[in-house]
Design a protein around this ligand. Structure first.
Ligand code: AMP
Ligand code: GLY
Length: 429
């Protein structure tokens, strides 16, 4: 088969790495890809959001199957466009991608189908939002409030407001200053949930869901999970907090009702359903839906997947996942993200990264590129998150040791990483 992967991050490198290993894959392209992906696929300089050129490329190159990595093209309807042109594509269509594309839609959907999530209200104007902040503040005695831009905001649209003043500032930034553009024209304000966060993934074919392995990521930029929020500074799988009992509960109370509810509403969901969870004292609750693999969670899932990924993606697209099964390694995988100094603000670009070959010497280690470009045989940083140094091990502790041993061989003074990826799993012993 001739396959095209859409995207340019660490997630897409991991997907290309897995797909390139499939005996079904004859030729792999990636648009636009990066310097690491170029080792697995032929990179083509087409932006992930340029649907017209992607369709044109698929026709010209007789592409059999397109795998869409990031959320923006899914929310924009790339899969609908390709399927309408007779090109098979993996991922939800626009109507189903609204689970991630509109937080308000997702919350109303949860309410309609009894899916456990934080109590919330939606607002289309600043005045109503301000009044609600004041009212809840009085009622709750100052519990934190979570203020979310309705649309896609590259992971920056959520504020945990610990005071009334912070809540007002968040409403102001989104609705008056327009910090998130159209994505912030509507807000969801919700109750703050306490607990441990986990990422749960299921492959869905419109009617059936197949649970994938669980994972946890570290969103904060600083050690001890402090500082600004990022796309994710590291991840590991399995996540010890996702016990088999909790996984069964998540499937029964969140994933299956979501798949059934979307089908019943005429928006059948196909692709990867990624539930961001809060494991609260009263059971797992949904923080948010994503309609794609997580990044860097995908990197650890692909390292642990023993089965061929490609037939599973095809089965999801074809609606025949019911009898499908996937095998996972018993070992743990852990990914340390190396970012360019300045991230998540303005990352330093164009600095040279050396020692990658040496670092990947250990067979248990794979270095996924997230933001790199090649220039005359050199590898240069070209983004915020730049590398995902990923290792397998008997347990999270061994995977962590191997990943950091590889990190320490990478010579890149302008980069940084957290040194405590996996601490929650290790604390549990
Ligand atoms: P999201 O973009 O919705 O995943 O939100 C980003 C992060 O904000 C999440 O990973 C959580 O750490 C945090 N968050 C979002 N909603 C809540 C909530 N209702 N209670 C507590 N934390 C939340
Ligand atoms: N790592 C979280 C995400 O991909 O949204």
């Amino acid at each position: 088969m001739r396959i095209l992967v859409i995207g340019s991050g660490g997630r897409e490198h991991a997907l290309c790495w897995a797909i390139a290993a499939s005996p079904l894959c004859d030729k792999l392209f990636c648009a636009p890809g990066n310097a690491g992906i170029a080792g697995e696929a032929e990179c083509v300089p087409i932006a992930a959001t340029d649907a017209a050129r992607i369709e044109q490329f698929c026709r010209a190159e007789r592409i059999d199957f397109v795998v869409v990595g990031p959320e923006q093209p899914l929310v924009d309807g790339l899969v609908d466009r390709l399927e309408a042109a007779g090109i098979a594509a993996f991922g939800p269509g626009r109507a189903a991608a609204a689970l991630e594309g509109s937080k308000g839609f997702a919350k109303d959907f949860c309410a309609r189908h009894g899916i456990p999530t934080a109590a919330y209200r939606r607002f289309g104007d600043a005045e109503g939002a301000r009044a609600y902040v004041d009212e809840t503040h009085r009622r709750s005695g100052g519990a934190p409030l979570v203020i979310k831009a309705d649309g896609l905001a590259a992971g920056k649209g959520v504020t945990i407001a610990r005071s009334r003043g912070e809540a007002h500032a968040a409403v102001e930034a989104a609705m008056v200053d327009g910090r998130f553009g159209a994505a912030g024209a509507e807000l969801v304000i919700e109750e703050f949930l306490e607990g441990e966060e986990a990422s749960f993934f299921a492959l869905v074919d419109g009617a059936h869901a197949l649970a994938l392995a669980g994972a946890q990521d570290h969103k904060a930029v600083g050690e001890g999970d402090t500082g600004a929020n990022t796309g994710g500074m590291g991840a590991y799988s399995p996540a010890p907090c996702l016990t088999p009992v909790i996984e069964a509960e998540v499937m029964a109370r969140i994933i299956r009702p979501t798949v059934a509810g979307m089908a019943a509403e005429g928006r059948p969901f196909k692709g990867v359903l990624f539930a961001g969870l809060m494991l609260t004292d009263s059971g797992p609750k949904l923080i948010e839906y994503n309609v794609r693999f997580g990044d860097p969670e995908c990197q650890v899932l692909m390292m642990r997947l023993k089965s061929d990924l490609l037939p599973a993606l095809l089965a999801a697209r074809d609606g025949v996942l019911r009898d499908f099964d996937l095998r996972w390694r018993a070992e743990a995988a852990l990914c340390v993200v190396m970012a360019a100094k300045g991230y998540p603000g303005e990352p330093l670009k164009g600095t040279e990264i050396r020692g990658l070959g040496d670092a990947a010497h250990d067979d248990a280690v794979t270095i996924f590129h997230a933001g790199t470009r090649a220039a005359g045989g050199r590898i240069l940083a070209d983004g915020g998150r730049v590398l995902g140094v990923t290792a397998l091990g008997r347990d999270v502790a061994e995977a962590q040791r191997r990943a950091y041993a590889a990190v320490d061989r990478i010579r890149w003074p302008e980069g940084f990483c957290r040194r405590d990826i996996g601490w929650r799993a290790l604390r549990r012993g």
